[in-house]
Design a protein around this ligand. Structure first.
Ligand SMILES: CC(C)(COP(=O)(O)OP(=O)(O)OC[C@H]1O[C@@H](n2cnc3c(N)ncnc32)[C@H](O)[C@@H]1OP(=O)(O)O)[C@@H](O)C(=O)NCCC(=O)NCCS
Length: 153
């Protein structure tokens, strides 16, 4: 059931949204990786149904996205993005309200996200929502497929 806030509707992503969402991510300068292709996106959707959300305005225009992950221990936030011309209107807040509520219903006790160190908007946004920088650990990773490292558009 989609959640409606004023002129905004938050709904679950379907693969029909993929072409528009992909363009939105590019317009928002998100790092695009192999995992953003159609097949990995379908895999993600199947793995975590109900955690990939899109925001639409009153005219039905897709204006924002957020992708949640839940592994049974931690909840993760990926690809929070709002069209540049629609920012500072509470769209990301509305997406995160809905996602965090869905995390809670699944039993999640903590949500995490990764923010590029020079992404001041995102730092300000997540800080205001109560997320804190955890400098007692650092993210480590290993590419498991060739061509997975960013930037790869
Ligand atoms: C980060 C982002 C998702 C925020 O989306 P948004 O819809 O503009 O955010 P909201 O309007 O819900 O902002 C809520 C609050 O967060 C804070 N905030 C958001 N953007 C901010 C900015 N650029 N500078 C300072 N504070 C900001 C403000 O406190 C804001 O409340 P206010 O407008 O009443 O002051 C958006 O800037 C974006 O898409 N950036 C590019 C993609 C990206 O970096 N995603 C994050 C990946 S980690």
């Amino acid at each position: 059931m989609p959640a409606a806030r004023n002129d905004l509707t938050i709904a679950e992503f379907t693969m029909d949204d993929y072409p528009v969402v992909h363009v939105l991510w590019q317009r928002c300068d998100l790092w695009m990786r192999l995992s953003d292709g159609p097949d990995p996106t379908l895999l993600k959707l199947t793995r975590d149904p109900g955690l990939f959300l899109v925001a639409r305005d009153a005219g039905g225009c897709l204006v924002g996205t957020v992708m949640g992950g839940w592994d049974g221990r931690r909840a993760y936030v990926y690809h929070l993005a709002v069209l540049p011309e629609r920012r500072r209107q509470g769209i990301a807040d509305a997406l995160m309200e809905e996602l965090e509520e869905r995390f809670r219903r699944l039993g999640a006790l903590k949500a995490k996200t990764q923010i590029l160190t020079d992404n001041e908007s995102s730092r300000a946004f997540f800080s205001r929502r109560g997320y804190v920088r955890e400098d007692f650990c650092e993210p480590w990773g290993k590419e498991l497929a060739e061509g997975g490292a960013p930037p790869c558009r």
